[in-house]
Ligand binder design. Structure first.
Ligand SMILES: [Zn+2]
Length: 373
C-alpha cells in the first residue's frame, strides 16, 4: 500500500464538509480532521490521542517579560522523545510516513506530490502533517517553493518545517501545519509589528525593498528572523540568501559546543552529510493583503543541556518549531512541574538551543553586507 492509496477524494469527504459550496484545500483539511476523528470511520490512534489531549495541562510562565505556554501533553511524547537524528540511533525502525496505519487517511495536494494527514501528536487540535508522497530526505533546499505554494493554498494554516538537526522527528520529507493565530508567539510578533511592547523585545530592521523587508527580533529569549514580502519570487530569493549566510555562520561557529554535534557531520538517518543550516521555519500567507510572513528560528541543536543530565536531573524536551513559537511541551509530570517553577530553567533551555548573541551578530553583519543595508 503506497501513500496514494490513503487519499480520500471529495466524494468520500462529502459527509464531513461543513460548507459544501466552498471546496478548497482548507475545507478538505478540515473535513479530513473530522473524518479521522469519527468514532466509526476514523483513525483509532488519533481518536485515542484526542481523548488524551482532553486531559492536557497548560499554564503560562513569564520569562524575562516574554510569556511562554508550558504544557504537559502525552500525545507529543513520540516527537519529544524521538532520536531519529541522534548519532547513536542506527536504525529507528520502519518509516512511519511510508507505513501508515490502514485507517490513516489523507488528501493529495500540489500535483499529487504531497499527502495532507492529521498529525497524531496534537499541539492544537487540527494540526496537520504534510508528507511527500515519496521517501525523500528531510532537507528544504529544493522544496522551499513548495512550502510557499502550500501556504498560499492552505490559507487557514501556518506551515512549519523542522530541519533534520533542529527538531524534526522523521527523516521522510514533510511539513507540518497548524491553524493560524493559535500559538502565542504569533500574537507577540503581531504586537511588535503594531508597535506594542512584548517584554524588552525589539525589531531590528536588516533589509527593506518596495515589496519586502527583513527583521531580527532581539531580546526575545530565542533568536528569530522575520521576512515579509508580497512577492513570492522575492520571498524565495530572500530565503535562499538567508540560507547561504546562515549556513556559512553554522560552518564557522557550530563546533566544539558541549553536547552539540559539530556542523557538517554525517547524518545517519538521512544517509548523507549535513549540508543545511539548523533552523525551524513557519510561513503563512494573508490573502487579504497578498503578504507572506516567514519566521526563521536559527538553532544550534534541538536538545538543551538539561536533556543530557542523568536520572532525576534530566528534563525531556525537544526544541522544534512549536517550542520556538512559545509552546514548550513536556510529557512527564515531574518535568512539567520543574518548568513551571523555574523561569531560569526555561530561559536556559531556549538559550542552549537557539543561536548565541555572538552568532546572531555574525549573521546580522553578513546579512547587512549582502543586502547593503
Ligand atoms: Zn518514508
Amino acid at each position: 500500500m503506497n501513500l496514494y492509496d490513503h487519499h480520500l477524494d471529495d466524494s468520500e469527504l462529502q459527509p464531513f464538509f461543513i460548507d459544501k459550496n466552498t471546496v478548497d484545500d482548507n475545507a478538505r483539511a478540515a473535513a479530513l480532521v473530522r473524518q479521522q476523528s469519527d468514532p466509526v470511520r476514523g483513525w483509532p490512534r488519533y481518536i485515542r490521542n484526542l481523548d488524551a489531549y482532553s486531559r492536557i495541562l497548560r499554564d503560562h510562565v513569564n520569562v524575562q517579560g516574554i510569556d511562554i505556554v508550558v504544557t504537559l501533553n502525552e500525545t507529543r511524547a513520540p516527537s519529544v522523545t524521538a532520536k531519529t537524528f541522534e548519532s547513536k540511533c542506527i536504525n529507528s525502525g520502519p518509516c512511519m510516513l511510508c507505513h501508515l496505519d490502514i485507517e490513516q487517511k489523507g488528501v493529495l495536494t500540489l500535483d499529487d506530490r504531497y499527502l495532507i494527514l492529521v498529525n497524531p501528536g496534537i499541539t492544537i487540535p487540527g494540526d496537520l502533517t504534510i508528507a511527500s508522497v515519496n521517501h525523500e530526505p528531510q532537507i528544504i533546499v529544493d522544496s522551499f517553493d513548495d512550502m510557499v505554494s502550500l501556504s498560499k493554498m492552505l490559507t487557514d494554516y501556518l506551515l512549519f518545517f523542522n530541519g533534520a538537526m533542529a527538531g524534526a522527528s522523521s527523516s521522510h520529507f514533510h511539513f507540518q501545519a497548524g491553524i493560524k493565530n493559535t500559538l502565542i508567539a504569533e500574537r507577540q510578533i503581531d504586537r511588535l509589528l503594531d508597535g506594542l511592547p512584548v517584554g524588552n523585545a525589539e525589531l531590528v530592521p536588516l533589509h527593506k525593498s518596495d515589496t519586502g523587508r527583513i527583521f531580527f527580533l532581539n531580546k526575545y529569549l530565542r533568536a528569530v528572523y522575520l521576512i515579509e514580502s508580497t512577492d513570492d519570487q522575492e520571498l524565495i530569493r530572500l530565503f535562499q540568501q538567508f540560507f547561504i549566510d546562515l549556513r556559512a555562520m553554522n560552518q564557522k561557529m557550530i563546533r566544539n559546543i558541549s553536547n552539540v554535534p559539530d556542523f557538517g557531520g554525517s547524518i545517519r538517518s538521512l544517509n548523507m552529510d549535513e549540508t543545511e543550516p539548523r533552523m525551524n521555519l513557519a510561513l503563512k500567507y494573508f490573502p487579504e493583503t497578498s503578504k507572506y510572513q516567514l519566521l526563521i528560528f536559527p538553532k544550534i541543536f534541538n536538545r538543551p543541556s538539561v536533556y543530557f543530565k542523568k536520572g532525576a536531573q534530566q528534563i525531556i524536551v525537544g526544541m522544534a518549531i512549536k517550542e520556538s513559537l512559545g509552546n514548550l511541551i513536556s510529557c512527564r509530570t515531574s518535568d512539567y512541574q520543574k518548568l513551571l517553577e523555574s523561569t531560569k530553567l526555561i530561559s536556559e533551555i531556549y538559550n542552549d538551543t537557539s543561536i548565541s548573541t555572538a552568532m546572531a551578530d555574525e549573521l546580522n553583519q553578513s546579512l547587512r553586507t549582502v543586502f547593503s543595508f
